[in-house]
Design a protein around this ligand. Structure first.
Ligand SMILES: *[C@@H]1O[C@H](CO)[C@@H](O)[C@H](O)[C@H]1NC(C)=O
Length: 102
């Protein structure tokens, strides 16, 4: 999966950066291991969040496509109304012609 690759890459980069800054480890973590573990857990949560956003974006895309289809159908509904208007006009013209030929 694309996200997993990105998250693991970020983890590797950040833990490499962390090991070059041994003294920079935040004091609320008892050890580097615990710090790395918390970081990994945080990244996994981010990944789950990103996957949710992907699903949301997918659904939004679907909604947009359905809306476009509805718009198209409304257009064809307008077309139907115009066709029946034209047919009504033709019928009226036929009646007028019939009256003239009487
Ligand atoms: C139908 O006839 C009316 C009145 O003559 C006209 O205003 C209208 O544009 C016509 N509709 C179509 C679709 O030709």
């Amino acid at each position: 999966m694309r996200c997993t690759g990105a998250v693991l890459w970020m983890f590797l980069v950040l833990s490499a950066a962390g090991s070059t800054l041994e003294l920079g480890i935040e004091p609320r973590y008892a050890s580097k291991f615990q710090y790395d573990q918390q970081l990994l857990e945080k990244m996994i949560r981010k990944e789950v969040e990103m996957e949710k956003w992907e699903v949301i974006n997918e659904k939004l895309g679907l909604i947009t496509r359905v809306k476009e289809r509805v718009d198209q159908l409304m257009e064809s509904d307008k077309l139907e109304k115009r066709i029946s208007e034209v047919l009504g006009n033709i019928t009226r013209l036929q009646e007028q012609v019939n009256h003239l030929s009487e």
